[in-house]
Ligand binder design. Structure first.
Ligand SMILES: NC(=O)c1ccc[n+]([C@@H]2O[C@H](COP(=O)([O-])OP(=O)(O)OC[C@H]3O[C@@H](n4cnc5c(N)ncnc54)[C@H](OP(=O)(O)O)[C@@H]3O)[C@@H](O)[C@H]2O)c1
Length: 245
């Protein structure tokens, strides 16, 4: 699929990895729908993409709210058909299982699993009807590791990776490629509170450091582009080598 002239909806595009994906898509000539809750941050990302010669529009909705997916789809409708959906918005609460309350459980599953599920349910059939499309789910290496403080988060991303395979089976035959990216620790506004802890944590990885969001965005550009036509149901691990050693 050619990127130039296509349209992408990127959730969580007002910050971090989603923002880097939106900006990279903008440079490739994709019209980007920049999704988040914060209109000021969305406007800033849109302005940056426009200043770099691309085109983008803000679409504001709280995907954790019960009607959030419907609200986002309603807003996005005004911009025409979506060729690429990036399910990136996510939260990563950390803590022991016994210390995790039901509110945190619901909020995590709502944003990390429910929103991608119903966005894909709405948009993949429309892509299939046009005979082409891409769905890219942003998972995490936490989906592959048993980490004592990440049971809930890891489970939410493991669910997203299983959905990636199931959707590849369901929508692949109609021309829609569904894949995932599993980033390792990445420097973003979301991980800023970890400070130097992130450097320490990643110092033993082959790369020896956390990722920059732009390094994760490269995988999204590949999965959305013409080089990935034969890639279905895959998870590209972009983790500085953590899972390999
Ligand atoms: N950073 C890492 O080390 C890392 C590693 C592996 C995987 N990941 C995954 O990568 C994705 C992005 O992570 P990040 O570190 O870039 O995150 P981040 O900097 O915290 O940004 C999160 C994004 O999600 C949006 N968002 C949060 N709650 C939302 C809601 N209720 N409704 C709609 N949008 C919402 C935020 O926008 P608003 O605030 O404008 O709503 C923001 O754009 C997540 O799925 C995360 O699990 C991150």
């Amino acid at each position: 699929m050619r990127l130039t002239g296509s349209r992408a909806l990127v959730t969580g595009a007002t910050s971090g990895i989603g923002r880097a994906i939106a900006e990279a898509f903008g440079r490739e000539g994709v019209h980007v729908l920049v999704s988040g809750r914060d209109p000021a941050r969305a406007a800033e990302v849109v302005a940056g993409i426009t200043a770099a010669g691309g085109t983008a529009s803000p679409v504001i909705a709280d995907l954790g709210a019960p009607d959030g997916v419907a609200a986002l789809l309603e807003e996005a409708k005004a911009h025409g058909s979506i060729d690429v959906l990036v399910n990136n918005a996510g939260v990563y609460p950390m803590g022991g299982t016994a210390q995790t309350d039901e509110e945190t459980f619901e909020a995590t599953m709502s944003l990390n699993v429910r929103a991608p599920f119903f966005l894909t349910a709405a948009l993949a059939p429309l892509m299939a009807a046009r005979g082409h499309g891409r769905v890219i789910n942003v998972s995490s290496i936490a989906a592959h590791l048993g980490t004592p403080t990440m049971a809930l988060y890891g489970a939410s991303k493991a669910a997203l990776e299983l959905l990636t395979k199931a959707w590849a089976a369901e929508f692949g035959p109609t021309g829609v490629n569904v894949n995932a990216i599993a980033p390792g620790p990445t420097r973003t506004p979301g991980t800023a509170p970890l400070g130097a802890g992130l450097d320490e944590f990643t110092s033993t990885f082959p790369a020896g450091r956390p990722a920059a969001p732009e390094e994760i965005a490269e995988a999204a550009v590949y999965l959305a582009g013409p080089g990935a036509t034969f890639v279905h149901g895959a998870t590209i691990v972009v983790d500085g080598g953590r899972m390999a050693v």
